[in-house]
Design a binder for this molecule. Structure first.
Ligand SMILES: Cc1ncc(C[n+]2csc(CCOP(=O)(O)OP(=O)(O)O)c2C)c(N)n1
Ligand code: SF4
Ligand SMILES: [Mg+2]
Length: 351
């Protein structure tokens, strides 16, 4: 039950991060999702990533839409800002909040129904505008909360629990984000924490629109034979192009990587992403190659995971619009309302 608070007491020897917080300080309420739901594993990875990055919880704004996936922000970062919006409308609420205050870290959490069905337009526009955010889609191919109807990311030919076959073409949110200009695009699997945690860390430190599409099996409605979003199917068809290691700004450089199998990427904040290449020919700096690669593998029923595209020096919506750096609620009345003369000048410039 959501009203059940977790006990505050924890073992005194739990490891602490640089801020003196334990992992438990990044948890939320007790989850009410089905036991085994992939979404709970994603929440655990978000908690791990934020704890390891020494993020101050009050600097995070977590926003979501509607669905089992969109309920999850209640189960992590209980000391952060949160806004549970309307179905499919998280991206516009996040965009507005981000424009009002760029000093927070924006974490959008959504589902495949929330983002690829009712919210598809909002999803596309947030990506093309370059909103500085980490946008996580917990993708199970169904509307879990409303009892398992196919969502728009369900593969054509895949079967529902009752055996009906999906005849519609699937929307691939990774491909769409790449086309819309997102500057950090990755796919992962809820059951692969080793891959997912560093991908979340890379996204949280990226400036610009970062999309993480995480295949997250729904054990109640989409974990059977014939589903392409089940634990078994994803484990058997997962083709990882690379493995990411995240190094914060001042971490010492260790030399335990074979030259030629590693690419090192420095982001604008000085953090470094070290990519161990599993597919020697794959270049995450090439948007077109990423698109071709995922489409070619998709045709063979394979799910490509890893960091698929990154522009480490990308700019964001604030840079594009040259907005004021200060949060709007800290501006004084004179700045917010500069008076008739300024308004007349603006109006004249538009005539
Ligand atoms: C405007 C509106 N339309 C429809 C619904 C019903 N509804 C609630 S959740 C949901 C789909 C959720 O699917 P998804 O985003 O994939 O989340 P999941 O539960 O699978 O994690 C729908 C259609 C709603 N709440 N609001
Ligand atoms: S119905 Fe599916 S998506 Fe919702 S909590 Fe249960 S397993 Fe997770
Ligand atoms: Mg879903």
């Amino acid at each position: 039950m959501t009203y059940l608070a977790k006990p505050k007491l924890h073992h005194p020897t739990l490891p602490k991060n640089a801020l003196g917080y334990t992992r438990r300080d990044y948890e939320g309420k007790i989850s009410t999702l089905c036991a085994g739901c992939g979404h709970d594993s994603i929440s655990a990875s978000i908690i791990q990533a934020c704890w390891e990055l020494d993020i101050e919880p009050h600097r995070v704004a977590k926003l979501s839409g509607i669905g089992c996936s969109s309920k999850t922000p209640d189960y992590f970062l209980g000391n952060s800002h949160g806004f549970n919006s309307v179905h499919g409308r998280m991206p516009s609420v996040l965009t507005g909040a981000n424009l009002a205050n760029r000093e927070l870290l924006y974490l959008g959490v959504s589902g495949d129904g929330d983002s690829a069905s009712i919210g598809l337009g909002q999803f596309a526009h947030a990506m093309r505008r370059g909103v500085n955010m980490t946008y996580i889609v917990e993708n199970n191919g169904v509307y879990g909360l409303t009892k398992g109807q196919f969502s728009a990311t369900a593969d054509a030919g895949s079967k529902s629990k009752r055996g009906s076959v999906n005849t519609d073409t699937a929307i691939d949110l990774v491909a769409l984000a790449l086309q819309m200009g997102a500057t950090y695009v990755a796919r992962s699997f809820s059951g692969d924490k080793e891959q997912l945690v560093p991908l979340i860390k890379g996204a949280l430190t990226h400036r610009g629109a970062a999309l993480l599409d995480v295949i997250s099996p729904c054990v109640a409605f989409n974990n059977h034979a014939g589903s392409t979003k089940s634990y078994d199917y994803v484990r058997e068809h997962n083709d990882a192009v690379n493995r990411l290691d995240f190094m914060p700004r001042r971490a010492p450089i260790s030399a335990d990587y074979r030259p030629g199998s590693v690419i090192e990427i420095t982001q604008h904040d000085g953090s470094r992403l070290r990519l161990r290449k599993l597919d020697a020919g794959f270049d995450p700096g090439d948007r077109l190659e990423a698109l071709n690669h995922i489409q070619a593998h998709r045709a063979r029923g394979e799910i490509v995971t890893g960091l698929l595209f990154i522009d480490p020096q990308a700019d964001d919506l604030h840079g594009h619009l040259a907005t004021v750096a200060q949060p709007l609620n800290t501006l004084n009345e004179r700045d917010l309302c500069p008076g008739q003369a300024v308004l007349a000048k603006i109006n004249a410039s538009l005539r």
